[in-house]
Design a protein around this ligand. Structure first.
Ligand code: PEP
Length: 253
């Protein structure tokens, strides 16, 4: 059975004390909206991961980092390894977010390595893919996502890929207020699952959670999450307010 997941990506927002207040507000009310088995994840900036892990002890809310380096350790000034993130107690790492691809020159080769290193540490990659506006307008979104998966994910074994969470995030919908319609989301999620099935078999494809990301809000989450191949959301802006984030989690109820 694949998991239902709502993950908040805080990006470069919140000081440590602001982040801890947000965590407290989420913790205080998460049980009311979590229903039957939604995994709720927060992904604060690196500098507060350690404090966040302590604040989340004994809570059902899980912790993610937003990125890691592809090497295990070494002379990479300013970088953070999956090993360090694991030692803090985080369970997930977002890999291949479109902002990292766009502003930090992440390539398919580095993303593929990052996915592998995260898995090798026993952590779960939340692997992001998705097309930019011009690609969507040219009707190329299927081929873009297929190519991304071939180059960034399909080096994994079936046992490994089963442990990955995929977040389909159309870049034109991230932080823009534009959202893929529930039918557009379903269409491409079904396509992603079909690619997984072609490569790894139907059982593996059925076991992988595929999240939607891109201006997901309290007023559109329920309809998007109701789609057969949408297993939850990766939430940016709306994850910065506990009330909105929890309302999105409530979209499963
Ligand atoms: C994201 O950055 O992963 C995201 C989905 O952002 P937003 O919800 O703000 O569009």
């Amino acid at each position: 059975m694949r998991r239902k997941i709502v993950a908040g990506n805080w990006k470069m927002n919140k000081t440590v004390s602001e982040g801890l207040s947000l965590i407290e507000a989420i913790k205080a009310n998460v049980a009311k909206v979590q229903g039957a088995g939604v995994d709720v994840i927060v992904s604060p900036p690196y500098v507060m991961l350690s404090e966040a892990a302590k604040a989340l002890q004994g809570s059902s809310v899980k912790l993610s980092a937003q990125n890691c380096h592809q090497e295990e350790s070494g002379a990479y000034t300013g970088e953070i390894s999956a090993t360090m993130i694991k030692a803090i107690g985080a369970e997930y790492i977002i890999i291949g977010h479109s902002e990292r691809r766009q502003y930090f020159n992440e390539t398919s080769a580095s993303i593929a390595k990052k996915v592998s290193v995260v898995l090798s540490k026993g952590l779960t990659p939340i692997y992001c893919n998705g097309e930019v506006k011009e690609e969507r307008e040219a009707g190329k979104h299927f081929e873009v996502v297929q190519r991304q998966m071939e180059q960034e994910l399909f080096h994994l074994s079936a046992e490994e890929v089963k442990k990955v969470v995929i977040a389909y995030e159309p870049v034109w919908a991230i932080g823009t207020g534009l959202t893929a319609s529930p039918d557009q989301a379903q269409e491409i999620h079904a396509f992603i699952r079909k690619q997984l099935s072609n490569k790894y078999g139907a059982d593996v494809a059925e076991s992988i959670s595929i999240l939607y990301g891109g201006s997901c809000k309290p007023d559109n989450a329920k309809e998007i999450f109701s789609k057969k191949d949408v297993d939850g959301g990766l939430i940016g802006g709306a994850a910065l307010k506990a009330e909105d984030f929890l309302a999105i989690v409530n979209g499963f109820n």
